[in-house]
Design a protein around this ligand. Structure first.
Ligand code: NAD
Length: 502
């Protein structure tokens, strides 16, 4: 195991031995070296953990919601105490820069705070009944064990979005992290266990657990009828497999899948804001965010200026070890990811694209780390490769001449996660977020496509899967709706005035 993660783990009072044993090797994308090991689950251990989660749910659902919120508050405190260390572990395991690693943990803290407040606001409705002497109400009840499947690029935040809400809502949780990032998951589970120990006996055994392994391990959870909700974050390919399997058993599914996010840069755009917005969105996390900016739709009047400024900005990006201060772009997750990026650039060239950047860099320093110069691809029109999500820092740019055309290009992709426009024209701004505007779950004006706050519902349409997580009323996905009619009269009138005289 690398010394640097030993120090990180010790600073969280965790035993490095718990991160260095087992049959799953975990490599750091920083230099390809062995970072640690984890133990993979088996069919039997997954089954036992689901049984425990089911038992825990039956107890947890009876604990009053504000008291459940107290456990989430304690989890948030653990995260606050260990923000820097957990952020550094995220960086070591998935390669995003330290600033983003810590930002991810801050997001966990934020969602815990949100869920604590929520635990006193899981409100239903009272509805006017058509019958005299009747009350009609809508309740939200705990749902059941929630299965969380997460991707490598947000190895901890995605868990917390689900975990904090599910726990406040009265559900137990079982988490299958990416096989590329199990160590951060083990650390999160340990922090949860500390919070649960402080909380006391009301937190049942099995309330939160992790299962580690490849997709077959995830599939066992997906197919188990006891898992009331499967909240799955990852590629559209994964969602295409998981969605029908859960539907087959009439389970609930929340899908957070791939994005292909565009920014329209209008003639009136403030380029001093647009350029940093685009660059952060396109190269942050080395282009491996679901909300990464992948497409620029630039008005012909500012196209040349914009492209020249972007190329200049790209020239000054500091690429390197993400644990080092000052680095803006770390490595891709692995060699496969690099090869996929190269294939996408080759395809774009074949479609008439002009590629700037995209080559491997720092090879001499990191023979097994895949660092790249972020790429800009100028295309004559939106092509097939531009319609796909390539999980790497590739920024495609096309020109437009009128707003409707820009809107059509923006929406003409299979994915529907995030979108943005830079404009100072109020008509364009409002049109962009109108019913005929962006078809995405997220539509921003004068900010980029990535870096969402937790207060809003997060997710997208079309092949992004339709799920919503995090803020707003996303909590409802973790509860079941119950309509209750109470007759406090001495008569038994039927709805719709139906007469049934015995
Ligand atoms: P991936 O689809 O390869 O893996 C994601 C997770 O799904 C992993 O834990 C994996 O083991 C599991 N998995 C894969 N197939 C499965 C199956 N058949 N049954 C059960 N589990 C299965 O994705 P990745 O490469 O880790 O992450 C990148 C992708 O995730 C990108 O497409 C990105 O856009 C997407 N993503 C989306 C969001 C969002 O909120 N919309 C957030 C982060 C990442």
């Amino acid at each position: 195991m690398q010394d640097r993660i030993v120090d990180i783990l010790k600073s969280m009072d965790m035993d490095p031995a718990d991160f260095s044993q087992g049959n799953l090797d975990v490599f750091s994308p920083i230099d390809g070296s062995l970072l640690g090991k984890a133990t993979m689950d088996t069919a039997e251990t997954v089954d036992a953990k689901i049984t425990a989660a089911d038992g825990a749910f039956k107890k947890w659902r009876t604990v009053p919601a504000p008291r459940r919120g107290e456990l989430v508050r304690l989890l948030g405190e653990e995260l606050r105490t260990h923000k820097d260390a957990l952020g550094a572990l995220v960086t070591a395991e998935c390669g995003k820069i330290l600033e983003e690693g810590k930002g991810e943990v801050q997001e966990m803290i934020d969602i815990c705070e949100f869920a604590v407040g929520l635990s006193r606001q899981l409100h239903g409705l009272t509805i006017a009944s058509e019958r005299p002497g009747h009350h009609m109400r809508e309740y939200w009840q705990p749902l059941g064990p929630v299965g969380i499947i997460s991707a490598f690029n947000f190895p901890v935040a995605v868990w917390s979005w689900n975990a904090a809400l599910a726990l406040a809502c009265g559900d137990s949780i079982l988490w299958k992290p990416s096989e590329k990032t199990p160590l951060t998951a083990i650390a999160c589970q340990k922090l949860f266990e500390r919070a649960a120990a402080k909380f006391g006996a009301d937190a049942p055994e099995g309330l939160s657990d992790i299962i580690i392994g490849m997709r077959d391990i995830g599939e066992r959870m997906v197919d188990d009828h006891r898992m009331a909700l499967i909240s799955a974050t990852g590629s559209t390919r994964m969602g295409r497999e998981v969605g029908p399997r859960v539907a087959q058993r009439f389970g609930k599914c929340l899908l957070e899948l791939g994005g292909n996010n565009a920014i329209i840069v209008a003639p009136s755009a403030d380029l001093d804001m647009a350029i940093p917005g685009i660059v952060f969105g396109a190269v942050g996390t080395c282009g491996q965010r679901c909300t990464s900016t992948r497409r620029i739709i630039a008005h012909e009047s500012i196209y040349d200026t914009l492209v020249a400024k972007l190329k200049k900005a790209y020239g000054s990006i500091r690429i390197g070890d993400p644990l080092e201060a000052g680095t803006l772009v770390g490595p891709l997750i692995d060699e496969d990811s690099f090869n996929t990026m190269q294939r996408a650039l080759e395809a774009a060239r074949g479609e008439g694209g002009t590629v700037t950047g995209g080559e491997r860099t720092l090879e001499d320093k990191y023979a097994d780390g895949y660092y790249v110069n972020p790429a800009i691809v100028e295309l004559p029109e939106q092509t097939a490769s531009m319609r796909e999500e390539t999980f790497a820092p590739i920024l495609y740019i096309v020109k437009y001449s009128d707003f409707d055309e820009a809107m059509a290009i923006q929406n003409d992709v299979p994915q529907g996660l995030s979108s943005a426009i830079f404009t100072t024209d109020v008509r364009e701004a409002e049109s962009f977020i109108s019913s005929a505007g962006s078809d995405c779950g997220i539509a921003n004006v004068n900010i980029g496509t990535s870096g969402a706050e937790i207060g809003g519902a997060f997710g997208g349409e079309k092949e992004t899967g339709g799920g919503r997580e995090s803020g707003s009323d996303a909590w409802r996905a973790y509860m079941r709706r119950q309509t209750s009619t109470v007759n406090y009269s001495r008569e038994l009138p039927l709805a719709q005035g139906i007469k049934f005289d015995l």
